[in-house]
Write a protein that binds this ligand. Sequence first.
Ligand code: C2E
Ligand code: CA
Ligand code: CA
Length: 780
Amino acid sequence: MMASTSSSHVSPSRIAVALANSSNGELLERLLGQTFHLNHRFFDSHANHTQEADLVVIDVACLRHYYKLIHELRQHASPMVLPVLLVTESRGTPHPHAVEELGTNVDDILRIPTTQAELQARIHNLLRLRTLAREQDDARQQLVGVVSALRTLSACDSIVVRSESESELITALCQTIVDEEGYNLAWIGFQGTEGDSALNICTWAGPAHKFVSDLKHGLDQKSECFDMISQSIRSNTPHIVNDIADSLPSSEFRERAMTHRLAAAIVLPLNTETAPPGCLTIYSNRTDHFDHNECQLLERLAANLVFGLNSLRTHTVREKQAAEIHYLAYTDELTELPNRRHLVHYLNSILSALETQENNCAILFIDLDGFKLINDGLGHEVGDEVLRQLGQRLQATVRDSDLVVRQGGDEFLVVMNGTTRDGTSRGPAAIVGAARRLASRIIAHLSEPLTAGGYTHHLNASVGISLVPEHGRTPTLLIENADKAMYEAKRRGGGQSYLFSKKLADSRQHRFSMETSLRQALKQEQFELYYQPVFELDSCRIVAAEALIRWPQDDGEVLAPGAFMPLVEELELINPLGDWVLETAARQLRDWHHQGLYLSMAVNLSINQLYPNGDAQHFADLVTPYIDPSWIHLEVTENALMEDPVETEALLKALHDQGFQLAIDDFGTGYSSLSRLQHLSIQTLKIDRSFVNELSQPGSKSGALVSIIQKMASSLNLHTIAEGIETDQQRQLLIKTSTGKAWGQGFWFSPPISAIEFKRLTTTNTSTGVLDPTHPQKSP
Ligand code: C2E
Ligand code: CA
Ligand code: CA
C-alpha cells in the first residue's frame, strides 16, 4: 500500500516537561515558552489519552519515577526517535545512574543553571535528531510504498502483455488489483454500444463481490453511483469518494455499500480508442484510502489497462481483417467454395506431410459437358446459378474430409482424402477404386436435371483422376495430370472418368506442344502438298496426281498426315486447312496445265468437311479461280459416306453438279452396300491398299476379291484406281484382273513427292499426260 508523504511541521514542537523542582519548570517556561509548546502535565495525563511529544525534558528524580514509561514511549516511537534531555543541578555531580542512561534512555544531559542560548541550542539539536529520524522513516515508508506500487503495476503490466482476450485481461486485472492492494472490491464495466449509456459490469473481484449484484440491479437507474460513473467517463477523470458514509446522501446505494463495509471508492474511466468506453471502480474498507499516491498508481494502472484493451481490440480488428483477406484470397466468389489458390496451398501441405506420414489421396478434375451452351445461350446469370447449384451438389456428394474447389469456368476439383471413414489410410490400389467410385457418384449426381433461369438443364460431367503422390510431386503437376485425364475422358465421349497414366502424359505432352505449332503452321502456311502420281497400269502413263498434305518441321523432318491430322480434326482446324489444300492443289494444277501437263488432281476430303455444313458451292468457289472443277477428284472415305445417307446423297450430287469428280477412298474397308453405291454420284472407286498388298501373297483370296470389285465397279460404270502398288508383280496381277484400262498408284511407281520433283518426274516419263487437253481423262 502507498504511504502518505511526510507532513510539514508548521505547528511548534511539543515538549513534555517533567521537573520535580517547580521553579525549574517556570524557568523553562520563561526561556522556551515563546517558541515551543510546553506540556508540564504530559506524564500525568499520558495514561488517559494519547498525546504526542517531540521531546522530553526531565530531571533525575522524574526520570527515576517515569523510567519505565519513557522506555516504553521511546520503544513505541521507533523507528521514530523521542529524544530525552536530562537536566541536572550543577551543584552536585550528576547521579551515576543518569550518566549510565546516556545513549539508552537519555540523549543529552544539561546542567542548570545555564544560558538561554545554551538551552535552545541543546533543544534544537535534539529536535533535529527527531526530524531526521522522521524524514528517514518517511523515506523508508515511501520506498515501501513505491516497491509495492511497482509490484502491483508490474503484475498488472504482465497481465496486459500476456492476455490474449479482452475478458481474460479484465478478469485477471481485477483480481490482481484486489490481491495486491488489499481492496474490498474492484469491478470493470463498459457502456453498451450505439449510445446506450447503461453500464454492463463485465468482471469483478474481492471479498465484497456480492455488492456487484446490488449494483447491477440499480445501475441502469438514475442512482448517484451511476451519475458518478458516467460523469467520470464523460470527463475522462477519476472520481474519488473518500468517505462513502459521510459524503453520500442517505440512499439505498449508500446503505448497501455500508453493509458490505465499503468505506471509500474510486472510479477510473477507461476511454479506449474503440467504443465502447467503460470504467474500473475500486472500493476500500478504509476511508481516505485513495490518497494522492494511491490515485496516481491506479491512474497509471487504468492507463495500462486502456493500452491493453486498445491493442487487444486492434489485434482483434486486424485478425478479422486478416481472416477477411484470407477468405477473399482463398475463396471463389461465385460458389463460395475454396479456389485454386486454396487448392495449391492444401496440396502443398499434403505433399510436405507425406515426408513423415503416409497419406495418399486422389485428385478428381471435373469438367461439365454442355455448360458452354447454357452460358452462351442463356447468359452468364443463368450460367452462374448453374455453377452455384453444381458446387452445392458436389459438396453434398463428397465426405466432409474431402475438399471441393472451383478452379474457374466450369471446372471443379475434388481432393479425395485417402483415409477411410474409420481413419485408416488406404493403400494405392484401394484409392484408385475409391476414386473411381466417387467419380461415378459425382457424374451421376451432376447429371441429374437442374433448374435455373426458368429452364431445366441436363448436364454431363467428365472426371479425370490423378493420384498423390504417384502422379506428381507438385500441386501444378497433379492438377495438370488430372486435367489431362479429364480431357481423355471427354475425348472418349464424356460422362465418364479416366485415370491418369504415364502413357497418357507422353501423348498429351506431345499434343500440347503440337497444338500451338499447328495453329501457327496454319496461320503461316507452313504446310506443303506432296503429289503422288496416278498412272495407267499397262502403259505407266501418268494420268493424275493425288495431293497429300505434309508438314515440314524445323529440323528437316517432314511429317505425314497420320502424325497431325487427327489433332487437326480434334481442334476443328480441318475446314481452314482443307480449304487451303483444295485451293493450293487447284493452283498447282493450273500451273501444270499452263506448262502443258494436262492431269487430273485428286484431293482428299475429311468427313468433317462434309458434315454438318458441307457446302458444294464453297468448294467450287475455291477451285474455279484456277481450274475447272471437272479436273478435280474429291476423295471421300467409305466410312464418311455412312454418316447420313440422305444428306450424303444430296451433298455428293451438289458437288457433282458443280463439276467435281467424286471418288470413294479406301474402298473395301467399310460397309457400303452395292445398292447404295448405285444411288451416289460417284465416278471412281479407290481399291484399298490392303487388298493390293495381299495380291502377291500365296493362297490369298484377294485376287478374286479385287477382281470382283473391278467387275462390280465396271457394271456400275465406275472407274477403279488400285492403291499401294509396291511391286511390278502386283501391277501385273491387277492388269490381269481388270476389265478395261485400270489406273493405280503406289511406291512401285513413285511415292508422294514435291511439286518440283513431280514436274521432273513427268519430263522423264515421256508418256505422261492425257491426249485431249480440253477434257480430263475419263474412265478408259
Ligand atoms: P489416302 O488418301 O489413302 O492416301 C494414300 C496414302 O497411302 C498416302 O499416305 C500415301 O503416302 C500412301 N501410299 C501411297 N502409295 C503407297 C504404297 O505403295 N505403299 C504404302 N504402304 N503406302 C502408300 P499419306 O500421305 O501418309 O496419307 C495418309 C492419309 O491421310 C491419306 O490416305 C488421306 O486419307 C489422308 N490425307 C492426306 N492428305 C490429306 C488432305 O489434304 N486432306 C485430308 N482430308 N486427308 C488427307
Ligand atoms: Ca486418298
Ligand atoms: Ca486411300
